[in-house]
Design a protein around this ligand. Structure first.
Ligand code: MG
Ligand code: MG
Length: 253
């Protein structure tokens, strides 16, 4: 069952995702060499709680933190730790909130200081792939149109698309139907209807698309230990054009 949201519910999802967007920006201000990923987690938790929400990930399926913080070859679901960021790292910060009965869920990959130019290209292309996917989130299209747009953009630069982890519907649950893969065939998959709210979250690898699930039970990394990038938007499907509930404006401006 794919739940369709009323406009009122979409506004509550927007409130959550704007708070996530602002939390990511707050975290981003502190991303520099020497800070631990655990310190970033505390900043996010405090920010979310001081804005009337609770962290959406903390305790979700037993996850132990507010943020998923995934550095370099870590793709997603990294657990905040005593690891100190260093110049040249990239760090995916994935954040969730829960407020007024709904969830927010968005992610951004930050560069720590100066990074390698091919890694910078990975970040740029992954974000572009997200934008191209999100542009397809229009009533009358199909999930496969989003998937295809993401995959073709990433692969045209020689990068690879993770298969084991995908986007999802968002609402009163963090993970709802439909599945939103980052690979697929145009014109296939569930029909997009006004009122559907989905998270589109390309996870794009520099090398192989293959992944390893770490023994900590959470962290997913690239099999070849080359870097991976991750950006995530929550999007409400509309007629004519998508209604993007997340913004990276607070981070980038
Ligand atoms: Mg997320
Ligand atoms: Mg998500």
């Amino acid at each position: 069952m794919i739940s369709l949201k009323t406009q009122e519910e979409v506004e509550l999802l927007r409130e959550n995702n704007i708070l996530v967007s602002k939390t990511l920006a707050e975290v981003g201000k502190h991303i520099k060499p020497g800070i631990t990923t655990l310190a970033l987690d505390k900043i996010a938790e405090e920010y979310i709680r001081s804005h009337g929400a609770i962290p959406g990930f903390l305790g979700y399926g037993g996850f132990p933190a507010t943020l998923c913080v995934s550095v370099n070859e870590q793709i997603v679901h990294g657990i905040p730790s005593k690891y100190e960021l260093k110049e040249g790292d990239i760090v995916s910060v994935d954040c969730g909130t829960f407020m007024k009965g709904f969830y927010g869920d968005s992610a951004y990959t930050f560069a720590v200081g100066e990074i390698d130019s091919r890694v910078a290209e990975l970040l740029k292309v992954t974000k572009e792939a997200l934008f191209k996917g999100a542009a397809m989130a229009v009533a009358g299209n199909r999930i496969g149109d989003i998937s295809y747009a993401v995959q073709t953009h990433a692969e045209s630069y020689g990068f690879s698309v993770v298969r084991e982890l995908i986007g999802h519907g968002l609402g009163r649950d963090m993970h709802e139907k439909p599945d939103v893969p980052n690979y697929g065939v145009r014109g296939r998959g569930p029909l997009l209807k006004e009122g559907m709210v989905i998270c589109i979250e390309p996870m794009i690898n520099m090398g192989t698309r293959n992944v390893v699930f770490e023994k900590d039970g959470w962290t997913v990394r690239t099999a070849d230990r080359k870097p991976s990038a991750h950006f995530e938007y929550a999007v409400a499907v509309k007629k004519g054009k998508p209604d993007i509930l997340t913004t990276f404006e607070f981070i980038e401006n």
